[in-house]
Design a protein around this ligand. Sequence first.
Ligand code: CP
Ligand code: NVA
Length: 308
Amino acid sequence: MSHFLDIHKTDPEALRSIIDNAQSMKTARAGRTRGALDDDQPLAGHMVALIFEKPSTRTRVSFDVGVRQMGGETMLLSGADMQLGHGETIADTARVLSRYVDLIMIRTFDEGVLLDMADYADVPVINGLTDRTHPCQIMADVMTYEEHRGPIKGKKVVWSGDGNNVCSSFLHAAGQFGFDLTFTGPMQLDPEGEFVGNARKSGSKITIERDPAKAVEGADLVVTDTWVSMHDSQSTKERRHNMLRPYQVNEALMARAKPDALFMHCLPAHREDEATSAVMDGPNSVIFDEAENRLHAQKAIMRWCLGV
Ligand code: CP
Ligand code: NVA
């Protein structure tokens, strides 16, 4: 049994096998309806708890559909409706859930909740986003890049905007998959120094460049995300928008990247803020492939966690 807590905590061979397995499972389903069962049913007889303490569209639906395609069953739980939201400890919740279910996926605020859940559960725990990281998203993003352009190793990825949880998991992936990452954004919203340091130690070139036009030169992939994350107070919205406006991904910025550079956004997006519709719906955008690949990547993650 293995937890999937973060990309930098999972060894590179395992990460590679997850991406390859996700791609084969996707290929095997080509042309089928979304509800069709996979030929093999590796999750038959398995119950998966999906716990959400924050809103979600993609994570919620892709995990639920993925489990069902593999023959398992899911239980959707909202943090607020559980005793967890009314004072029961994470440790007790983890031990109780482990008596009922085979796998736990949790989306929460504080990373400590995820880590406690993993410490006390007897079943695998998957990180479905915390304030600090979003590893399932970036597994889907690496899969998406490679599907369109081949190996990501050695490529230049540019993150424009807020150095948030999604950016952190991109930094982890840079270290583990061997690509370079340039962050461009205001100093106040730099990515976590610890994560920058880890990626550099793994041999990746991590650059901080305040000028977005310079940052995207030679980029193979340009990525952005919302300017106000779910854990950010709405009272910071105006200040964040003012700081981040110069880092909007628009056609002028994309024109400075390589002509075949891809554009990614994990979604949900605020169109015309962090990215324009011209870019999001343009020829280099793969945003809906990313969303689809959440399904395939997470199916492979769940199989790896359960060893099935
Ligand atoms: N990208 C992502 O995790 O989307 P949701 O918040 O809709 O799950
Ligand atoms: N950074 C965003 C990602 C949403 C999938 C957030 O945490 O709200």
